[in-house]
Write a protein that binds this ligand. Structure first.
Ligand SMILES: *Cc1c(COP(=O)(O)O)cnc(C)c1O
Length: 648
């Protein structure tokens, strides 16, 4: 944001206020800011480069009949992240005068979408950036896309005979696949495959470190972890390789201590332990040459720079420095030549480039209108009216007596209970019960505005705000587009992408389209913690209210599922154009209903045919007019071709 220009202000609210409120300057400063129109500005090559107005972009996509929800992929951001990663290692290498190089790989499991992997491979050629495969299917992607003979292809995951043989043949093809032994029984398979083909693969070993990790993925490490070889297993593997004459192919040591490392101290311990294993392997006669520190470089989702779940207490540069310095120190002490450094950073490379933009279909409102008093109202309704009156006489904020508010709220709840009991017993009708509920909500609202902001408030009263919060109905399925929010309580920055020069007056959370009560977004970033409500705007009629979910480019797409048969959203690859403006490199249409039905083995033709037969018989029985039958079939036919999300 330029400070010199006058910024539009509505309701004493400026875009700076929004920047602070949504912590945009903390988690998004590299690529996102707010422009003078109060819209999100995307600067895909960093704050100094060209930028575009996200709201304008979305409108122009809408005009091309690409409707929300939209997954926007800024390939320039992806490229910039790869550039930053290599820049950080380059800095560290020259700063510490490290006498080796850095060669990263992208772990395909983070985002396997063809256009994404192709983009990564294409834009990173100058660094010989490679790929990491964790399964046979991922190996096939890597084999076909990675044609740079200098780029590494790290072969992880469980391996059968065919996996290993394929890697050997890929080496003969001129690629650089390294088969990383993750399980001891893979050693035999490698030896057998080598004999069979008459040629060996490059070999790596994954070590099970004993360093304790922390955070969500801490069980990826330690003696009981699912992956890697323990120290006794490593020495057994080395002996077996030696006996088979294959020790000369052992060129890499690998470890991975889990994703989203929150605390850099954890990484340092692991680096020290791994460096010493590396040195030992060299002493045992393996040529080595590569030390692969895995993934785990975290993202500061809430911008708090703390060692908490949604954050990290280090920067990309800190990470690179620690990797370089720690390994160098250990090698120097032991007079061992430093290795080529390999890392497998997925989350850190691919999180920033996608933004999920969705529209809000409506909001729930609290039924707090108070109907006019009528004759012979029941006692509980009269009491509630009295409570509401007394509340309006209480002073605001300063000087408010919290215990009186608490008492009034307890009264209101008691009177509402009385009304419910009377309804159950048949003493009052629907009308009176409705009044009692509305009056209770009206009391809650009256109370909420009187609560002082900065004093300690009893738990029951604090819960009022949450009870009064509005539900914003979001045109997405979190199970499809943000599964980690549900599965592991992951936090992503979420905020409106426009109207940011306008004060958000509502507190709300989101409910998605699925018929699942877990289908909601109700945890939002805060300073190192999470909050359950977020500040939002009141909907304007005739205007979409658009929300962005940021930093979700890693893991979400493939982990997403078809719950309630909501399919993929439209995804669009955007590149900034040389002459200013932007171009759409790829438009990938979201799943149609026919496609998601097909995924469940339903044949859309058959489905239509059944309906046709049923409607013919209804026509014959005189129950359905031919016109209406035709209309029904047309609705279904069109619907099958369209997106699974709500359109109009
Ligand atoms: C998942 C995984 C990665 C990627 O981890 P990030 O935290 O996304 O960087 C790297 N290496 C291995 C072996 C993995 O399983």
């Amino acid at each position: 944001m330029s400070k010199s220009k006058p910024l539009t202000k509505k309701n004493d609210w400026s875009v700076e206020d929004s920047t602070v409120l949504y912590r945009l300057d903390k988690w998004g400063k590299d690529y996102f800011s707010i422009n003078e129109s109060g819209n999100i500005k995307v600067s895909p090559t960093g704050p100094e480069g060209d930028s575009l107005d996200l709201m304008v972009l979305v409108k122009e996509l809408n005009s091309r009949n690409l409707k929300s929800p939209l997954l926007l992929r800024f390939d320039d951001i992806l490229e910039d992240r790869i550039k930053k990663l290599h820049g950080a290692f380059k800095n560290a290498i020259s700063h510490y005068e490290y006498e080796g190089e850095y060669k990263g790989v992208f772990p395909i499991k983070c985002n396997q979408q063809r256009h994404v992997v192709e983009e990564i491979v294409t834009c990173s050629r100058e660094w010989h950036f490679g790929l990491e495969a964790g399964s046979k299917a991922e190996l096939l992607i890597a084999l076909s896309l990675l044609d740079d003979p200098e780029a590494l292809l790290i072969c992880n995951g469980y391996k059968d005979k065919r996996y290993i043989e394929t890697s050997i043949l890929a080496r003969q093809l001129g690629r650089k696949p390294i088969v990383v032994i993750e399980q001891l029984d893979e050693v035999d398979r490698i030896i057998n495959a080598t004999k069979k083909i008459g040629s060996a693969p490059f070999i790596g070993i994954r070590a099970k470190l004993s360093s304790q990790s922390s955070g969500r993925w801490s069980n990826s490490i330690g003696e009981k972890s699912k992956f890697g070889l323990s120290i006794p297993e490593i020495s057994q593997a080395v002996q077996q390789l030696k006996d088979a004459g294959l020790l000369k192919e052992l060129i890499l040591l690998h470890f991975h201590i889990g994703s989203q490392i929150n605390d850099i101290a954890v990484l340092k311990n692991a680096l020290q332990e791994a460096s010493h294993i590396y040195i030992e392997l060299k002493r045992l006669g393996a040529p080595m040459g590569h030390l692969d520190v895995g993934g785990g470089l975290g993202i500061d989702y809430d911008g708090s720079r703390t060692a908490t779940q949604a954050s990290t207490n280090y920067s990309l540069q800190n990470y690179a420095n620690d990797v370089v310095a720690t390994i160098q120190e250990c090698c120097k002490e032991n007079q061992v030549q430093v290795p080529t450094l390999v890392s497998e950073n997925g989350r850190a490379v691919s999180s920033h480039f996608s933004i999920l933009v969705f529209n809000v279909l409506g909001t729930s409102s609290i039924p707090s209108d108070t109907r006019a008093t009528t004759e012979h109202e029941c006692l509980s309704v009269q009491n509630l009216r009295q409570t509401l009156r007394s509340l309006s006489e209480e002073p605001h904020n300063i000087g408010v007596d919290i215990s009186r508010l608490q008492e009034a709220w307890n009264d209101a709840l008691k009177f509402k209970e009385d009304a419910l009991a009377a309804f159950r017993l048949g003493y009052i009708g629907l009308e009176e019960r409705a009044k009692a509920e509305q009056l209770t909500w009206a009391c809650a609202k009256a109370l909420a505005v009187k609560l002082p902001k900065d004093t300690l408030i009893p738990e029951e009263l604090n819960a009022l705000n949450a009870a009064l919060a509005e539900t914003y109905y979001a045109n997405i399925s979190i199970f499809r587009s943000a599964p980690d929010t549900w599965a592991i309580g992951q936090l992503f920055p979420i905020m409106p992408i426009h109207r940011l020069n306008e004060k958000p007056t509502q507190l709300g959370h989101f409910a998605d389209l699925t018929c699942d009560s877990d289908g909601k977004l109700s945890k939002f970033i805060d300073n190192g913690q999470a909050k359950s409500l977020i500040e939002l705007h009141r909907l304007n009629s005739n205007e979409d209210y658009l929300i962005g979910m940021f930093l979700g480019g890693a893991y979400q797409e493939v982990m997403g599922n078809l719950h309630n048969l909501f399919g993929s959203t439209n995804s669009i690859h955007i590149r900034m154009a040389k002459n200013g403006g932007y171009k759409l490199d790829h438009v990938i249409r979201g799943d149609t209903k026919a496609e998601v039905l097909n995924a469940m083995e339903h044949d859309s033709e058959q489905l239509l045919e059944r309906l046709r037969i049923a409607s013919e018989s209804a026509i014959q029985q005189g129950k359905l007019k031919i016109n209406d039958a035709q209309r029904l079939i047309e609705h279904v036919e069109t619907s099958l071709r369209q997106s699974t999300y709500l359109q109009e």
